[in-house]
Design a protein around this ligand. Structure first.
Ligand code: FAD
Length: 488
């Protein structure tokens, strides 16, 4: 094929993958739910190569699929199986840390850098890059920016959008936008970087980024609490916020079913408290000050919570190993859920004050469809981001009549409750392919029209990640969605 030949001349043979076995890990998503062919995958090493690739794709009228670590949970990073097979532009070879400025507290990186590498390099300079998530060993900065990834540090540091100061992007016409500003103030017209953050590969390929760094905490205190209800957890959150302010860096909620599955499915995990209670909270405080003072604050708030009966049991990690073990339980939820069965996860955010209402109302709405269905519940409670997961064993799922329709009704029921609380159906994973139908149902037409105008302005030929984020303008119904086994 002339296009593939042109890629080989541009990049060399080893940077152009066409054989099925070489493409296998790139054409199927992390959950193994979506699989469709690609024309080929190309592995550029520089921004100039990315630009040349795009110009070739435009000349051959061939769709482009930007791909990072391929850990998307909404089918955003693998071929759609509709229309022409795309060229996957995988940034795995673009892994340079371009520079680190400890005075400006910024770092300039290639978009293919793995998140964990960025965290490590920042830490070795005494700085923190605070975005943290279960997939951090494989997801890339470009993918994090493409999805505006959240994770466990949002409560204190914000999501990816809050930690990006500048971008370099190859646009759909093959030109390069150098927006690598390392500035905290820059009021010179529209802030274009924000359009690319969360655009899921539909507006251009991010090739470089200026990341915001923070002081590396010198003290951390992590506790595991057992509570009776989400209402109690909310009150405990209030206690910590009142006493700790921004030193509260994580507040994660899990129900008993979630803990049971982690212990069953992931070897080496154990429950930090004596019994698996109905609800569990992992709370983290961090600070640049004195470790003993931080530990004392944790102790004081915990005592208050125990005395008032809000917390049934609690353990504070007394060593780095214990702290890591607690976080490992939290970070094992996606793996456990994927192994255990089929979960129809929501990626809901509601105002933090309404999290208990959301959980109660959405569970009731789902159980009106499938009586007695168990739920896994896990989420970044401090951000109001809850993954409510109606759960089927594989055997129950196989035996379920009208499976797709039932899954659709369940998802609709949860998202309708979220919407009635002024919440969102996608807090952190993005829209990808699985949630384009929800865009029609829940986004005001004015908002959708503006988004379509933006897409048209950047990508008039519609070659960039077609079928993602925006539903076709002819679509009027919520399209079929697919079950999701992963949660974050
Ligand atoms: C175990 C596990 C835990 C997770 N936990 C969380 C969590 O806590 N919070 C959270 O938000 N997400 C979580 N995720 C989802 C996922 O890790 C994030 O969405 C992540 O940001 C995706 O990064 P990636 O490099 O894998 O991107 P990919 O999956 O490769 O791509 C995701 C999207 O971004 C686009 N894209 C990728 N690279 C670029 C680029 N260079 N330029 C433009 N567009 C690009 C793709 O086209 C696609 O639309 C989790 C996933 C797993 C498997």
């Amino acid at each position: 094929m002339p296009l593939i030949e042109a890629f080989r001349q541009l990049l060399g043979d080893t940077a152009v993958l066409t054989r099925e076995e070489d493409l296998a890990g790139l054409t199927e998503d992390w959950r193994g739910r979506f699989h469709a062919p690609a024309l080929c995958a190309v592995l550029p090493s520089t921004t100039e190569q990315v630009a040349a690739i795009i110009r070739l794709c435009v000349a051959h009228d061939t769709p482009v699929l930007p791909q990072g670590g391929n850990t998307s949970l909404c089918g955003g990073a693998t071929p759609s199986g509709q229309g022409k097979p795309p060229v996957i532009v995988a940034l795995t070879r673009m892994r340079r840390i371009r520079s680190l400025d400890p005075v400006n507290n910024t770092m300039v990186v290639d978009a293919g850098c793995v998140l964990a590498t960025v965290q490590e390099v920042a830490a070795s300079a005494g700085r923190l890059y605070p975005v943290s998530l279960g997939a951090e060993g494989s997801c890339q900065i470009g993918g994090n920016i493409g999805t505006n990834a959240g994770g466990t540090g949002v409560l204190r540091y914000g999501n990816t959008r809050d930690n990006v100061l500048g971008l370099e992007v190859v646009l759909p016409d093959g030109s390069v936008w150098d927006g690598l500003y390392a500035l905290r103030k820059n009021n010179t017209g529209y802030d274009l970087k924000h359009l690319f953050i969360g655009s899921e590969g539909t507006l251009g390929i991010i090739t470089g980024a200026v990341l915001k760094l923070h002081p590396l905490p010198t003290a951390e205190s992590v506790a595991w609490l057992a509570v009776d209800s989400p209402q109690a957890a909310l009150k405990v959150l209030g206690l910590f916020q009142a006493s700790c302010s921004s030193r509260l860096s994580a507040f994660e909620l899990m129900n008993a079913k979630q803990i049971e599955l982690v212990l069953e499915q992931v070897p080496g995990r154990r429950c930090p408290v004596a019994e698996i209670d109905a609800w569990h909270v992992l709370v983290e405080l961090s600070d640049t000050g004195d470790a003993a003072a931080l530990a004392a604050t944790m102790q004081t708030v915990l005592e208050q919570a125990l005395e008032t009966g809000l917390v049934r049991d609690g353990v504070v990690a007394t060593s780095e190993a214990q702290r890591k073990a607690m976080w490992l339980v939290r970070h094992s939820v996606s793996e456990a859920n994927k192994k255990a069965g089929v979960g129809l996860t929501s990626d809901t955010a509601v105002p933090v004050s309404t999290v208990p209402d959301f959980i109660d109302q959405a569970m009731a709405a789902v159980r009106a469809i499938v009586p007695g269905l168990p739920f896994i519940i896990v989420g970044h409670m401090g951000d109001g981001n809850i993954h409510l997961i109606p759960f089927f064993s594989f055997a129950e799922w196989d035996a379920l009549p009208n499976r797709d329709e039932t899954a659709q009704r369940i998802r609709r029921a949860m998202n309708d409750v979220a919407s009635s609380l002024r919440g969102t159906f996608s807090a952190e994973h993005g829209v990808g392919r699985t949630l384009t139908g929800e865009m029609i149902r829940y986004k005001p037409p004015v908002e959708l029209a503006l988004m379509r105008a933006v897409k048209q302005a950047f990508d008039p030929s519609g070659l960039f990640n077609p079928g993602r984020v925006l539903p076709p303008s002819s679509a009027t119904e919520v399209t079929a969605t697919s079950p999701t086994n992963a949660t974050s």
